[in-house]
Design a protein. Sequence first.
Length: 267
Amino acid sequence: MGMTNEHGVLRITNIGGTSLGKNEIVFLEDKVIDKSGATMDPNFQIVLDHEYIDLIVQYADDIRAAKREEELKQVPIIPETKTALGELLSRLGFTSLETQLNDLLSLYNDEDDGRDDEATPTSASSPQLHAFAGIVPTGIGAVDIPTTTPVFTNIHILKDPACAPIRASSIPKTAQVLIVPRGSCSFSQKLRNLPSFIRLVILLDKDALTPQDLVRPLLDKENEYGIMAVMVAGGGREWEREVGSLTLRRRWSVWVKDIRVGNIVVL
């Protein structure tokens, strides 16, 4: 494996004699690496990113569309009825009602063939995934986020900044995630005002357009309920859509002799 140092960052240039383009990325499955920090080669390290994290999102309308599409494809095709009337109509050149219906169902089920993937971001088996970078808090109230989290499907948006105690009755007890706008009070106060059954709060900074615009939140008070928190840039329209499912994915970087390898992504 060949590498080159470009402005203080390493780039893999070839693997097994196969050259890589300047923008090509090498993906490593998490199964093939040891994330415990132990390594046989002291010059090769896999390091956990303690500042940024990825939020993997599926939008609710994409999930509903995929479900409807799957249900339509499960509609049974009506068999042809072999009757004397059917045979007579066939000989006279008329198409039976069953054939017309089958043709319509077949046409509807296949109508998405040839569509541009960008125009139809969903499929029957798996709605499109969207990845957004977030920044994790620091301070005594920050809760460690595990390397793998469950898929949260009960996600609710608060329009107010949660600077006053939120009545548990105003939020379904099945809620797992709350999306809360930043501002008007401290981050610790927001978490203190949330119901105890909430597992994750997403702090939405509507003044930030990119993750680089975010300021790392400081949780300077104890986090009584152990609620995980992540801040994301909400200046665009990405978080205006209803979120149907969400999971968190920790980021890992690869270092060789204390220099980061820029074109390796750990899945």
